[in-house]
Design a protein around this ligand. Sequence first.
Ligand code: UDP
Length: 284
Amino acid sequence: MLPVETSASVGLPPPPLRRRITILGVAIDAVTEAEAVARIAALLEAGGVHQICTVNPEFVIEAGRNPEFAAVLARATLCTPDGVGLLLAARYLGQPLRGRVTGVELTRRLAALAAQRGYRIFLLGAAPGVAEAAAQVLAREAPGLLVAGCYAGSPTPRHEPFLQQMIRAARPDILLVAYGHPRQDLWIARNQERLGVPIAIGVGGTFDYLAGTVPRAPRWLRRLGLEWLHRLAHQPQRLPRIIDAVPRFIWHVLKKNRRTGEQRNRRAEEQKSRGTEKQKNVAT
Ligand code: UDP
């Protein structure tokens, strides 16, 4: 069973002390996996309704094109950094993040937390049968896990009344939604208040990885930041998305840094010339 992290066990300050890094206009919380789980544990204790987004470079590019999605990310209680690309970009922009929080690991750790504290978990999305298979894997890893429900469903708005009714009746504390971004995050934003679920998280392809329907890249490839290469080999239809996640993202980050550098230089020049002016005035 995975260890359950709490604010106290990871030596975390209470949740209000958050550090956020902005990459191309998207604010991301500088948290490790353990800290993300500790925050979520604290939110569950404190009450209220909270949306969590697992942000990767594709999210950032999509947010630049889709203001509705950008607004959802901006309003989320927690945006975790999912993707080596974000870590590298943050370091390059001079505001390093503290670690990567993948949807899969976050889900596994949350299942451990839920099993220990008696929270009910609901898995929504992915192809029929995949959520159930993922729930079985989670329940094996976290004995005693209370699975409130599993359902593939669809993110189309006309299915919302039915899904709302079903999820409300299941009374989950944590809702994991696997419809891929931006659909899953927009779906949560539209429905969470009415569902009354305290924590809802968009988890992308997590159920597929847990159930083994899509192979996950080996750890060494993930460490090198080359997970996208593995995805491309197994799911060539993802090419347009990989273009967003890798070359387009890198290009935008480099462009942004150049612009910020130019602005910094301009400000320094202006300050210098203002200083010279002052000296001249004092002299005369
Ligand atoms: N999916 C779904 N219904 C849809 C579209 C997607 O259930 O209408 C599921 C799909 O089966 C997969 C997940 O959403 O399990 C998307 O995974 P992906 O890795 O593409 O997520 P992302 O990288 O966008 O977060």
